[in-house]
Design a protein around this ligand. Structure first.
Ligand code: UFG
Length: 323
């Protein structure tokens, strides 16, 4: 298939592009390189620089390439930033998304696979979180992703567009070529990798007084190769609606630190720190729907495998993609 990957220079978009190409699809990456990296674009893909907020540019690229489907990863994704500047989240993640889907409709492109997030659930009413759990985001980031899910629902309803939204839990890990490089970095695994590389003195554990087995937060860490696989499966059938993507197993922050010590051989000094505002104690996916309907089977769910792959990439790319 011909696939336009919006945000293909970012963390999850770069790996999905790599896997689409491995699977013999033709890919055009559309990215503004504001937070993504030129070096993260697979050399086999075509590249069109552009910003989703620039409607004319989006329309032109869509009309020129006429893809069979779009994958949409191009969004801001920092929760704390969204609390300070909600307007940039709504402009980029919602208005930009509307430009994309309108351009698709105009160019007669009938399928989109959209990167959504477990942040649309907020503090979930029950765990494991299944797709029918009420969506009550607790920050503008989650709200902006939920708003775009609703836009897509209407394009499905009104125009029969196939609109899949994949709600990721904690994306992590790397392939040999592509890995995680954010600035600023806020995610636990890359922060720990920077400690192991000697670039940070230690890691702060945000809260050890949660009602969880060891007092630290539980998260469902899902390898990006498994995420990318789910996108490719979603592309191949006639699906619409939400799918949670996680392994169904929660690991605590302390377990992540301990496993990283084992893998890297570095002591990873860890200090207890106050809770980070807005952190739910436990986010674990009920992902049976993706397994049953998409026939998705996460293969790299084991925490050791995940951290080993992240460590391999960070060791090879100690400064990420560079400036
Ligand atoms: N943590 C620390 N120290 C750090 C960084 C993180 O203890 O220096 C803890 C957090 O408090 C949390 C866990 O590690 O308990 C994981 O934190 P991350 O920042 O790695 O990931 P989040 O669970 O906060 O974020 C993920 C996605 C977001 C999404 C969010 C939904 O990365 O995009 O889940 O809550 F919005």
């Amino acid at each position: 298939m011909k696939v336009l990957v919006a945000g293909g220079a970012g963390y999850i978009g770069s790996v999905t592009t790599e896997m689409l190409l491995d699977d013999d699809h033709e890919v055009v990456v559309f990215d503004n390189l504001e937070r993504g990296h030129r070096k993260a674009i697979d050399k086999r893909a075509a590249f069109r620089k552009g910003d989703l907020r620039d409607k004319d540019r989006v329309f032109k690229v869509m009309a020129d390439f006429k893809p069979d489907a779009v994958m949409h990863f191009a969004a801001y994704a920092l929760v704390p930033e969204s609390m300070e500047k909600p307007e940039i989240y709504f402009r980029n993640n919602v208005v930009g998304g509307v430009n994309l889907v309108e351009a698709m409709f105009k160019a007669d492109v009938g399928k989109i696979v959209f990167s959504s997030t477990c942040a649309t659930y907020g503090q979930p009413e029950k765990v494991p979180i299944t797709e029918d759990v009420a969506q009550k985001p607790t920050n503008p980031y989650g709200e902006s992703k939920l708003a775009f899910e609703k836009v897509l629902n209407w394009y499905h309803e009104l125009h029969g567009m196939q609109t899949v939204f994949l709600r990721y839990f904690n994306a992590c890990g790397a392939t040999e070529k592509f890995g995680e490089d954010h600035d600023p970095e806020t995610h636990i695994i890359p922060i720990i990798m920077q400690v192991a590389l000697g670039q940070r003195k230690g890691v702060k554990i945000f809260g050890d007084d949660y009602k969880t087995p060891d007092g630290t937060c539980l998260r469902d860490y899902i390898h990006i190769v498994d995420l990318a696989q789910a996108h490719i499966l979603a592309l191949k059938g006639n699906y619409s609606g939400p799918f949670n993507l996680g392994t169904g197993t929660g690991y605590s922050v302390k377990e992540v630190v301990e496993t990283a010590r084992e893998i890297t051989g570095h002591p990873i000094p860890a200090k207890m720190a106050p809770r980070r505002p807005g952190d739910p104690p436990c986010l674990v996916a009920g992902a049976d729907k993706a397994r049953k309907i998409l026939k998705w089977k996460p293969r790299y769910g084991d925490l050791k495998t995940i951290i080993q792959s992240a460590w391999n990439w960070h060791r090879e790319h100690p400064r990420g993609y560079g400036k």
